[in-house]
Design a protein around this ligand. Structure first.
Ligand code: URP
Ligand code: ZN
Ligand code: ZN
Length: 464
């Protein structure tokens, strides 16, 4: 018995685009094919002239995260509501370990907050702070619990040393876990920051100048070096610079399983935003770089050396961003993007910058494969969760914060014009968004436990 039949649309997968109907039974995709017949009571949705896509998977969000002296503005309800309205049906959140805490306990602590709130499905990566005593063994137990991905930070006051990073890579490799890294050179950031503050240089531009291209690029190279020496897979989060991307490309060409993620804000804006009067709103780490890096990131996406696009959604209210009006170091780091990622990347595809298939690959399919949830999500395929987006390529949309569905009071995307926009989102077969309106339900999202993936080569299509 078919519950939902999406008829007459163009189905887009990471590999192909073809005209087909999509039949949904319960929470799963039941069939994809030509001229599928409804049963009694089947809800029929006319998708003629529309694209039918898998829901996006945002591999990088910080919801209700204590950070920068406050808590990021979107909690699990607001963040996942905004995600649903932007065509994202699964969200990975960073659960930050407390000192002394076992990593599976970190996940359970955040799961307890997330479960009653989330409106779409979710999973976690653990942000590692502490491997003292026996805590490194909790990498194994965390994988068993269903979270086989970890992030280490080379910066911030809770960042880890190179030695700890290396041990995490070693341990993770043994149990098929993937290590993600925030790569910037902490020493250089501290030195430049102190120098600029001493010189009274406090504008947002100095946030950029304290973490310029080579400060990120050098750390990328170092991180890749450690991973290569162990032949361990490595995922570089929020990659924003050309030097680092060149290092990723070289390592991949040599056959190493090194993967890069970039973010929509690096693809759309350049460092010039930090010269604006409201430049503090774009302050995130790593900072947005110059045009040369931006062009390289687009080229990397086309080539496949940038494997995924994710948001690094970490919004702060205007009053909090204003803490840094006279001192860039007081600006909480991070921006909103969870509702904008898929619409923006699809719009760029619609304008011809990349193919729609590539957009689906980097926002959904590749994410599912790398993080061990491809048996459930990331593609339109019979048997997978019916996480589906209907996209109108003809709909013009100008981003305005008043039209967004999160809790943040401003957006760096204000006024950006998109060509095409999602018109409906289904989460496991349930309609959660239609024509600007959120229709989902608080608490309906489920924790998606991920499987460890032994990644030994750079080719994502070979990951089952
Ligand atoms: O500025 C950022 N990116 N804030 C969130 C934390 C992180 O480093 O990902
Ligand atoms: Zn980071
Ligand atoms: Zn982040």
């Amino acid at each position: 018995m078919t519950d939902l039949l999406i008829k007459g649309g163009k189905v887009v997968t990471a590999e192909a685009t073809f005209k087909a109907d999509v039949a949904v039974r319960g929470e799963k995709i039941a069939q994809i094919g030509a001229n599928l017949k409804p049963g009694p009571g089947t809800k029929i949705v006319d998708a003629a002239g529309k694209l039918v896509l898998p829901g996006a998977i945002d591999a990088h969000t910080h919801l209700a995260m204590p950070f920068g002296g406050t808590i990021s503005a979107d909690d699990y309800e607001a963040g996942t509501r905004a995600a649903a309205c932007g065509g994202t049906t699964t969200v990975f959140d960073f659960a930050l370990q407390d000192f002394g805490e076992r990593m599976e306990d970190t996940v359970k602590r955040r799961e307890a907050i997330c479960a009653p709130q989330a409106v779409v499905d979710y999973s976690f990566h653990v942000g590692i702070k502490d491997v003292s005593g026996d805590l490194l063994s909790s990498v194994d137990s965390c994988v068993k619990y269903g979270v086989p991905s970890f992030k280490v930070f080379m910066v911030y006051d809770f960042g880890v040393t190179d030695g700890v990073f290396y041990q995490v890579l070693e341990r993770a490799k043994r149990v098929g876990a993937l290590v993600a890294v925030h790569a910037e050179n902490n020493e250089m950031v501290s030195m430049f920051t102190k120098r600029f503050l001493d010189e009274g240089k406090t504008a947002p531009w100095y946030h950029y100048l304290s973490r310029p291209e080579f400060v990120e690029g050098e750390a990328d190279e170092r991180a890749i070096q450690w991973a290569k020496s162990l032949r361990a897979p490595l995922y570089i989060v929020h990659l924003a610079n050309k030097q680092g991307l060149d290092a990723v490309t070289r390592a991949r060409d040599e056959g190493y399983p090194i993967f890069a993620e970039t973010c929509p804000h690096y693809l759309h804006f350049t460092r010039e935003v930090y010269r604006r009067e409201d430049g503090r709103n774009w302050v995130a780490s790593p900072p947005i770089k110059g045009k040369e890096s931006q062009d390289a990131l687009w080229e990397g996406l086309r080539r496949g050396d940038v494997a995924t696009v994710a948001t690094d959604h970490c919004p702060f209210q205007q009053a909090e961003k204003d803490w840094g009006l006279h001192d860039f170091t007081k600006i909480p780091n991070g921006c909103a993007g969870i509702e904008n990622m898929y619409p923006y990347i699809l719009s760029e595809a619609n304008k011809g910058r990349i193919s729609f298939n590539k957009a689906v690959a980097v926002c959904a399919t590749n994410v599912a494969k790398l993080f061990g949830l491809s048996a459930r999500k990331g593609a339109l395929q019979p048997g997978l969760d019916a996480d589906i987006v209907i996209y109108d390529p003809k709909k013009a949309f100008t981003i305005q914060n008043s039209l967004m569905h999160g809790d943040n009071d401003h957006t760096i995307w204000e006024g950006v014009k998109l060509k095409g926009y999602p018109v409906a989102t289904y989460s496991r077969g349930s309609l959660v968004y239609e024509d600007g309106a959120f229709l989902g339900k608080k608490g309906a999202g489920r924790f998606v436990k991920c499987k460890p993936v032994q990644i030994t080569a750079p080719d994502i299509s070979s990951i089952k």
